[in-house]
Each structure stands twice: as structure tokens, then as C-alpha cells.
Ligand binder design. Structure first.
Ligand code: GTP
Ligand code: SPV
Ligand code: MN
Length: 611
């Protein structure tokens, strides 16, 4: 074992398991040196200067976008790789049919072969980070080892990172170890130099999770959720498993505070699949007068029953890793104002004056750009200038609508939980679940059209229960069971549950609902439902707004659009039920009986509706 001195460890590191682990990984990956990230601004400048000098990052025009950078990834490393994401639980059934399972011992062997010498010639960065406020009751800490300084800069934005986290770790502290290598050493086994490239990666990718030992290993990719291991790997996959063991929830949810004209505040959490509108809803500018919206989180929420019996939530992250395309002054002005500077842009286009651009940012399309691949681009090029999954990384604290509640150690009490997806058909604009169990059924039966956030065919309709399909670290049916348990525990204090769909289309393929700021009308109705003051109509699939109950004042909608937005066609829904039954069958006897009951009840209501 290497000594603390050989590992270059700062004096506050006393956790023996940490030094042991680091020593092991150093011996395995054989980096040229080890650098411990202290999280300071000086360090940020040094690392960014280095990446600029190496030609990895392009500094943007400081007058237009101070301290901001553009990075272009390898065109083969642009999104999460779900088919290379593994849950390595001891028993296959504990990963469940929706996850790729691998035997932990075999995977360990495979990983040790892959990581052997994988950091040769590179610096290993030790990145201590906290998810949630340092030392907070819902917070957790982790340490990522990585050979990607780009990942370090992103982690500095996305988490509370640095030596303050190391000071929290004594021999009693639980912390999550995460190892990341882009899988491109700069030296071969004989010591010959291999030339570096701006975006090192490896065609072979592995994103591995060992829930029982709470370990993460990621190989071959430098992009987003593949490389920023705090995010999907820790905060969702490992987090969800920890939550199951310890009685809390780790969810793919935004957190939003709404205040009505009378000054009453509501907190809502909403789960939408990747690239289905979480960041946009988290930063909504309400169009209805008198309402304000404040941002708490845009991607991940950790929720825990509190002492008073209510459900409390924090955003464990410190940054936004948002989808660039479609984000503009017309759709999400708050996001545009958040990224005024100190922002890393990945795979967007570069303008001639040294700023960034992407599809949907402005109505006026620039005459000339350098596209995300680094090639000249004009409007007649016939291809997008920015990659559909291009992203901005920006500190949460720059968000002009950031709520003070983001700083709240113990989180905020949740009044409503919303599930949503991208559905061109069938799913109405909004519906309330009859009760918690029905809400869990709504979450469990979500489907959504696939987006560019993961490798795969965009537009394919797929099941995405609770927007957690790619992120649940254990058997999905057990996860539904866990949600049912939490509901039982919360009892009458449980938040109300809703389903929304901003993406229903008419026959010509246009969105029926204007979306974005106008979604505040739906949020207002939800808040009035929390107060039991909005009238409902009982549809087979849930409680929908009674005529006149949704505030449409000042909104011009084409004739018949509202009817189409709320149409529930029993035949089509009965067909969905058949598909759901088939889907449920893959979970065998792990499926909670309650889910079968809910499906039967829905079928009964639909059949009554057809009579
Ligand atoms: P991840 O970061 O991948 O988890 O995505 P997200 O859920 O935060 O999605 P985001 O808010 O970034 O939105 C993704 C895309 O959906 C963007 O192109 C948005 O412009 C678009 N979008 C968001 N809200 C709406 C809406 O209300 N209506 C329509 N039509 N599009 C929307
Ligand atoms: C998502 O895909 O849901 C994201 C982006 O938020 S990533 O961090 O790449 O997972
Ligand atoms: Mn996400």
C-alpha cells in the first residue's frame, strides 16, 4: 500500500479506507501523478488555463460571455450509453428486467483488466464532493477519481467540491467511491508515448454500479452522465438503492416553489424523462398574473419523510447540466440569463464574434457558424449547428430565480408530485391521481418518446416509469413497492400526485398546447387542487379539470384544441392497458399486487366509459 505522502494526500485526510482505496486504484491505473482538488477559484483558473493551452477548450469572447468555454466532444461520445450501463448486484433479480445486469465478481475482473494502466501518462484527479449542503441531514459525500480535467471542471460546477468535503470525512463517515477513466492512456506498456487528442475516449464503454458496496466504475466516456459520476450514477442509481435500504427516495425530479397572488407558497417535484422539460419547468416564468416561480432544482431530488410526517426534498446538485437546443429567450429566459458567464458549453456552435449558438436560441439564425464538429456552417448546410444533446454547465447560484430554499439543509416540504412524458397521443394535459396508490400506478405506467439525451432512436415510444428507466439502481418492481411503502408511511400527509403532458399533437403534428410559461396555468390548477378549491371531472384515467376550472384567461387557443388536449379515448386506453399488462408481466412475482389491482380498476372504469 502506498503511504499518504506517496498519494500526495492533504493533511485532513484521515480515513484509512479512503487511502487504501486510492492506493489500490493508483497501483491499478498507473497515473503519472495525483492531484487533489481543493475546489478553489484559483484551481478553476489553473485547470481552465491548462485546457485552453492544450486546445481542449475554446475561451468565449469575454465581453459577451466572461469566463466561459466551448468544448467539442468526440462525435462518438455525445450522450449517455444506456446499453453499456450495468447494475452489478449479487443477484440478477435484484437488478430486475429493466437493467443490464452483470455478476459483480466477473465485472470486477473485467474492470480491473480495462483499468490496468488506463491512466498512464495522465494526472489522476481526486475530486471530493458533497451532494446537498455540506453536512446536511439529507446530504451524502463521494469521491471521484478521474483522468479527465474536463470532468473536474464540470464537477466543480455540478457539486460542492473541494477540501471542505474531505474535512467531513472521518473514519466513521460513509462515502461513495467512484472511479472514472476516459480509457486513453498516453503511454503504452513499453513506455512509448501516445499522442493525446482534444477529447480522449474509448470506443469500449462501461458505466458500472455495485449497489451493495455502493461503488461506481466508469470507463471510456467523457460525456455528461457517463463521466460526472455524482449525477446519474451516484445521485440516482446508487442513491435510489440507498433510499430503498434507508427509507428515502432518489428521483429524476425538478423542484419548484410557487407562490400564489395571496402569498401562499407551494413546493412541487416533477419527474419527466431526459430532455422532456424539467429544466424549463424549473425555471418557468408564469404567464398568469400574480404568481411567482422560484427554482430549487432541475434534474434530481432526494426526498425523505421528515419529523412532522411530511415529505421533504433537497436538490443534491449545485449546478445545471442543461440541454442547449430549444433553450432561448422566448422559451426559457431564466436559463439564458443564468448562463451569462462562468459556463461550460459542450457541443454547441461557435459564432463569428466568439459566442455560442444553438437551434432555438434566437429566432434569427446566424449567417455563419463553426458547428459542433468544428466545421464551417451556414443555414443552407442542411444539418444542425449544435448537437441535439449539446449542453451548458452552469452554477445554480447564477440562476436569477433561485429560491432561498435551495440553501435549506433539511429541504422543503413537498405539496405535489407531477409525472410527465412526451406523448403525442392519449395522455391529457393534466390529470390528478385518485390517491397515492393510483399515483404510483400513473408513475409506473409512464411512457415517453425517446430523446437525444441517450444513444438510441429519437422518437421511439418507450416505457419510462417515474422517468427512472435508465436510473433505477435496483429492480423496478421493488422500486414501485418502495413508493407504495413511502405512501403508507406518509398517510394523510402524502403529497397529491398528478400527471401532465405538454407534448400532445394534433393531426398535422403540431403541439396542441403552447407549453413553457403557459404551463403555469396547469401549475395553478394543481395548487388549487392542493387547496381543494378547483373543480374536477372524474375521467377514467384520473381527475381532470371541470369545464372552466383551468384558468385560460388571455390565452388564444385554436377552436377545439382544449377538447383534443383532454380527450380520453377508451379504446385507445384499453389498448394501453393491454400493453401495460404485458409490461407488468416481465416483473413476475416481484410486481406489487397493488399494481395489478390498479390496472384492473382502470380497465373497469374505461369499460364503463364506453357503455
Ligand atoms: P435532461 O437534462 O435531459 O434531464 O432534460 P430536461 O427534462 O431538463 O428537459 P429540458 O427542460 O431541457 O427540455 C428539453 C427540450 O424540451 C428542450 O428543447 C425544450 O425546449 C423542450 N420543452 C421543454 N418544455 C416544453 C414545453 O412545455 N413544450 C414544448 N413543446 N417543448 C418543451
Ligand atoms: C439526462 O439525460 O437526464 C441528463 C443528462 O440530465 S446526463 O447528465 O448526461 O445524464
Ligand atoms: Mn436528467
Amino acid at each position: 500500500m502506498k503511504t499518504a505522502l506517496e498519494l500526495n494526500a492533504p493533511e485532513m485526510v484521515t480515513n484509512r479506507a479512503l487511502l487504501h482505496w486510492l492506493s489500490d486504484i493508483v497501483e491499478l491505473t498507473k497515473p503519472k501523478d495525483i492531484y487533489w482538488c481543493n475546489g478553489t477559484q484559483t484551481e478553476w483558473y489553473e485547470l481552465s488555463r491548462m485546457l485552453i493551452d492544450q486546445g481542449v477548450m475554446t475561451p468565449l469572447n469575454p465581453e459577451l460571455r466572461p469566463d466561459s468555454f466551448l468544448v467539442r466532444s468526440d462525435p462518438n461520445d455525445v450522450a449517455r450509453v444506456e446499453d453499456r450501463t450495468f447494475i452489478c448486484s449479487v443477484n440478477e433479480a435484484d437488478a430486475g428486467p429493466t437493467n443490464n445486469w452483470r455478476d459483480p465478481d466477473l465485472m470486477n475482473e473485467e474492470l480491473r483488466t480495462l483499468f490496468d494502466g488506463s491512466m498512464r501518462g495522465r494526472t489522476m484527479y481526486v475530486v471530493p464532493f458533497s451532494m446537498g449542503p455540506l453536512g446536511g441531514p439529507i446530504s451524502q459525500v463521494g469521491i471521484q477519481l478521474t483522468d479527465s480535467p474536463y470532468a473536474v471542471l464540470n464537477m466543480r460546477i455540478m457539486t460542492r467540491m473541494g477540501f471542505d468535503v474531505l474535512r467531513l470525512i472521518d473514519n466513521e463517515t460513509n462515502w461513495v467511491p467512484a472511479v472514472h477513466s476516459v480509457g486513453m492512456p498516453l503511454e503504452d506498456v513499453f513506455g512509448n508515448t501516445i499522442e493525446d487528442v482534444p477529447w480522449p475516449s474509448n470506443p469500449t464503454k462501461y458505466i458500472c454500479h455495485f449497489p451493495e458496496t455502493r461503488e461506481i466504475w466508469s470507463f471510456g466516456s467523457g460525456y455528461g452522465g457517463n463521466a460526472l459520476l455524482s449525477k446519474k450514477c451516484f445521485a440516482l442509481r446508487i442513491g435510489s438503492f440507498m433510499g430503498k435500504q434507508e427509507g428515502w427516495l432518489a428521483e429524476h425530479m425538478l423542484l419548484l416553489k410557487l407562490t400564489n397572488p395571496q402569498g401562499k407558497a407551494y413546493h412541487v417535484a416533477a419527474a419527466f424523462p431526459s430532455a422532456c422539460g424539467k429544466t424549463n419547468l424549473a425555471m418557468i416564468t408564469p404567464t398568469i398574473p400574480g404568481w411567482t416561480a422560484e427554482t430549487i432544482g432541475d434534474d434530481i431530488a432526494w426526498l425523505r419523510p421528515g419529523k412532522d410526517g411530511r415529505l421533504y426534498a433537497i436538490n443534491p446538485e449545485a449546478g445545471f447540466f442543461g440541454v442547449a437546443p430549444g433553450t432561448g429567450f422566448g422559451t426559457n429566459e431564466v436559463a439564458m440569463n443564468t448562463m451569462w458567464g462562468n459556463t461550460i458549453f459542450t457541443n454547441v456552435a461557435l459564432t463569428d464574434d466568439g459566442d455560442v449558438w444553438w437551434e432555438g436560441m434566437t429566432d434569427k439564425v446566424p449567417e455563419h457558424l463553426i458547428d459542433w464538429r468544428g466545421e464551417d456552417w451556414t443555414p443552407s448546410s442542411g444539418r444542425p449547428a449544435a448537437h441535439p444533446n449539446s449542453r451548458f454547465t452552469v452554477p445554480v447560484e447564477q440562476c436569477p430565480t433561485l429560491s432561498n430554499d435551495w440553501f435549506e439543509n433539511a429541504g422543503v416540504p413537498i405539496d405535489a408530485i407531477i409525472f410527465g412524458g412526451r406523448r403525442a397521443t392519449n395522455v391529457p394535459l393534466v390529470a390528478q391521481a385518485f390517491d397515492w396508490k393510483h399515483g404510483v400506478f400513473m408513475g409506473a405506467t409512464m411512457s415517453s418518446e425517446q430523446t437525444a439525451a441517450a444513444e438510441g432512436t429519437v422518437g421511439d415510444l418507450r416505457r419510462d416509469p417515474f422517468a427512472m428507466l435508465p436510473f433505477c439502481g435496483y429492480n423496478m418492481a421493488d422500486y414501485w413497492g418502495h413508493w407504495l411503502d413511502i405512501g403508507r408511511k406518509l398517510g394523510k400527509n402524502a403529497p397529491k400526485i398528478f400527471q401532465v403532458n405538454w407534448f400532445r399533437k394534433d393531426d398535422s403534428g403540431s403541439f396542441l398546447w403552447p407549453g413553457f410559461g403557459e404551463n403555469s396555468r396547469v401549475l395553478e390548477w394543481i395548487c388549487r387542487r392542493i387547496d381543494n378549491s378547483a373543480k374536477t371531472y372524474e375521467a377514467a384515467i384520473g381527475l381532470v379539470p371541470a369545464r372552466g376550472s383551468l384558468n385560460l384567461e388571455g390565452l388564444e387557443m385554436p377552436r377545439g384544441a382544449m377538447t383534443k388536449l383532454f380527450r380520453v379515448e377508451p379504446e385507445r386506453w384499453l389498448a394501453e392497458c393491454d400493453a401495460t399488462a404485458e409490461y407488468f408481466s416481465i416483473f413476475g412475482d416481484r410486481l406489487p399486487v397493488e399494481m395489478t389491482k390498479q390496472l384492473q380498476a382502470l380497465r373497469r372504469r374505461l369499460k364503463t366509459a364506453t357503455l
